[in-house]
Design a protein. Structure first.
Length: 214
C-alpha cells in the first residue's frame, strides 16, 4: 500500500527537553514555547497521515531544585492534558559538574533519566499491537535508532506497512543537524515552527527575574 491516505494512523511521540534544546539552537528561542498538538497536526497533514494520538514526555525538576521550571512544566503539562495529549514526566535532577581548572566554579547541569527508555517501550508496544502505522518522533536522540530497527522487524513479522520518522527543528545555525538514524527525517523550518507556537506563556510572572534555563 502507498503512504498517503487516511488509513495511515500516526502517533506522535515528543521528547520535550530534546525538542526544546533543538529549537533553542536552531531558532534562538529561550524557553519551550512550542505547541506539540499543533506541530503534530501540521506534520501529519502535510504527509496525509491521520493523527491518532499525541504523547509528550519530559523531565521536570523538583520545586526545591528549581521552582521556576517546576511550575512552568506542571502548568504546561496540565494544559496539554486538558487538550487531549497524554503526558509522561520523570524527575529532572540537578547534577553538579566539575570545573575545568583551578579556580573554576562548578556549573550545575541537569540529568534526565528514563525518558528515552519510556519512549522506546511505548513505540515498540504500540507498533506491535497495531495501534499505529506511523511512529512520529519529535526527537534527535540517536539512542532511538535501535527502535527503528525493531519497528522494521515488527513490520516484517506482521507483514504490514509501518513507518518511523523523526521531526526536528532545522535552522541555518545548525548546518549539521539531522534526524534519528534509520528513520525518515522531517526537518521543521522556522516558519513552520513559529506557526505552531503555544499562545500561552506558562512562565511564572512573579519570579522576579529571567528563567535560568531547563
Amino acid at each position: 500500500m502507498g503512504e498517503g491516505g487516511s488509513a495511515r494512523r500516526a502517533v506522535a511521540f515528543f521528547d520535550g527537553q530534546n525538542l526544546y534544546h533543538a529549537a533553542r539552537e536552531a531558532f534562538g528561542f529561550t524557553y519551550p514555547n512550542y505547541d506539540p498538538l499543533a506541530l503534530a497536526r501540521t506534520v501529519c497533514e502535510r504527509r496525509g497521515w491521520r493523527l491518532g494520538e499525541v504523547r509528550f514526555y519530559t523531565g521536570v525538576p523538583s520545586p526545591r531544585d528549581d521552582p521556576f521550571w517546576c511550575r512552568f512544566w506542571n502548568a504546561k503539562l496540565r494544559a496539554m492534558g486538558r487538550r487531549g495529549a497524554r503526558v509522561f514526566c520523570r524527575p529532572l535532577r540537578r547534577r553538579r559538574a566539575k570545573g575545568s581548572g583551578r579556580g573554576d566554579r562548578a556549573v550545575p547541569t541537569w540529568e534526565e533519566k528514563g525518558i528515552d527508555v519510556r519512549i522506546a517501550i511505548d513505540v515498540i508496544r504500540m507498533a506491535h499491537r497495531g495501534d499505529c502505522d506511523v511512529a512520529l518522533l519529535f526527537s534527535q536522540d540517536q539512542d532511538l535508532s535501535e527502535v527503528a530497527r525493531e519497528i522494521r522487524a515488527i513490520a516484517a513479522e506482521q507483514g504490514r506497512w509501518i513507518k518511523i520518522a523523526s521531526a526536528y527543528p532545522a535552522g541555518r545555525e545548525r548546518p549539521k543537524n539531522r534526524g534519528i538514524d534509520l528513520t525518515d527525517r522531517i526537518p521543521i523550518d522556522r516558519a513552520t515552527y513559529e506557526a505552531c507556537l503555544d499562545p500561552r506563556d506558562y512562565r511564572p510572572r512573579e519570579s522576579g527575574g529571567p528563567p535560568r534555563g531547563t
